[in-house]
Ligand binder design. Structure first.
Ligand code: NAD
Ligand code: IPM
Ligand code: MN
Length: 347
């Protein structure tokens, strides 16, 4: 049976990079059927909705979702535009957000004296609760007393399952090291709970070395000595911020892929580049499609087509190492589609 894929390009450069990811999946011969999902801020401009009310019901029929990016503040408020994305993560219990950051050969690193693979980390971001929990409210709107409250919601269950997943991931890697990112000096409830859970779960993984680092120091160390990180586990917001930083130290937003995983597989998982819709370059055909292509490879790996996942990943790595076809973010003048073509030729 072919994998049923929902192709959800979204806004801005989303459709431009998803088209290349699809092209690569097809060229690899991956056994997929694609259904185009045209929900975005253009739909909002027409109907007042970025997606139909039953979007989760429609999407749950698929094996996986390949997303581009959501958001175009010219058409819709950003917090409305990204709602289906956050809704999928929560509604499909995609509680693990996997965000690898590897410095590949042939890529210009903005940090001094870094060799290929000096940076090789796996950020495991909690994806369903924490700082992103939609609990809170606005009060006394439009008056001088106006107030807003956004609840930082951490459950033991939610914290434990992400930390356990990260330990399992660390156990499978050569270095077997896990860094837990916190801010428990200041966030005295949520992050102290996180630390307690970390210590409890660690007892089940005597073979994994682990340490704890405050998020401000972690941001500094991502730049100063990123090679110290192997697997990193963090809360929803910290993971969001740190993975843009991780993307830029491995060459830029155009490289960073991610997977939103429902480990129980009772709902589809979702795969997407970490970057957004990049309104500054949208429509020019110059976005780097590699993050979307690598996200498609992560999708195949999760679905069980290991062989094509590896083939695509190797084609991307040989492209990075050997090809002069580079989009402007890499200092070149190639079009998005030329990068896709180069990967296809290498498959
Ligand atoms: P962004 O990631 O879209 O862009 C940041 C910078 O990186 C821009 O200069 C952009 O040109 C560059 N960039 C991003 N992807 C690139 C690529 N593939 N190739 C070359 N350059 C690339 O972040 P932003 O500007 O903060 O957000 C723009 C919009 O995207 C907002 O509406 C935001 O809410 C949304 N957003 C969506 C997602 C998502 O759907 N997953 C993620 C992040 C931001
Ligand atoms: C990401 C994005 C999203 C997030 C936005 C669009 C809500 O920035 O996937 O990194 O913050 O999770
Ligand atoms: Mn982000």
């Amino acid at each position: 049976m072919p994998y049923k894929i929902a192709l959800y390009p979204g806004d801005g450069i989303g459709p431009e990079v998803v088209a290349e990811a699809r092209k690569v999946l097809e060229a690899a011969g991956a056994d997929c059927t694609f259904t185009l999902i045209e929900w975005n801020t253009t739909l909002y401009a027409k109907t007042g909705k970025c997606a139909p009310d039953d979007y989760l019901d429609q999407l749950k029929e698929f094996d996986a979702i390949l997303l581009g990016a959501l958001g175009n503040s010219a058409n819709a408020p950003d917090h409305v535009a990204v709602q289906p994305l956050l809704g999928m993560r929560r509604g499909f219990d995609q509680y693990v957000n996997i965000r690898p950051a590897v410095l590949y050969e042939g890529v210009d690193c903005p940090l001094k004296n870094k060799k290929p693979f000096d940076i090789d980390m796996l950020v495991i971001r909690e994806n369903t609760e924490g700082e992103y929990t939609p609990l809170g409210g606005r009060h006394y709107a439009g008056t001088p007393h106006e107030a807003a409250m956004q609840v930082n919601y951490f459950t033991r269950m939610g914290t434990e399952r992400i930390i356990r997943y990260a330990f399992e991931a660390a156990r499978k890697r050569t270095r077997k090291h896990l860094t837990s990112i916190t801010k428990s000096n200041a966030l005295i409830y949520s992050m102290v709970l996180w630390d307690d859970v970390m210590k409890d779960v660690a007892k089940d993984f005597p073979d994994v070395k682990w340490s704890s680092m405050l998020v401000d120091a972690a941001a500094m160390n991502f730049v100063r000595q990123p090679e110290i990180f192997d697997v990193v586990v963090c809360s929803n917001l910290f993971g969001d911020i740190l993975t843009d930083l991780a993307a830029v130290i491995i060459g830029g937003m155009g490289f960073a892929a991610s997977a939103n995983i429902n480990p129980a597989k009772n709902y589809p998982s979702m795969f997407e580049p970490i970057h957004g819709s990049a309104p500054d370059i949208a429509g020019k055909g110059i976005a780097n499609p590699l993050a979307a292509i690598m996200s498609a490879a992560m999708m195949l790996e999760f679905l069980g087509d290991e062989k094509n996942a590896v083939r695509i990943s190797q084609a991307v790595q040989s492209h990075l190492k050997e090809s002069a076809v580079k989009t402007p973010d890499r200092g070149g003048s190639a079009q998005t589609s030329e990068v896709g073509d180069d990967i296809v030729a290498r498959l």
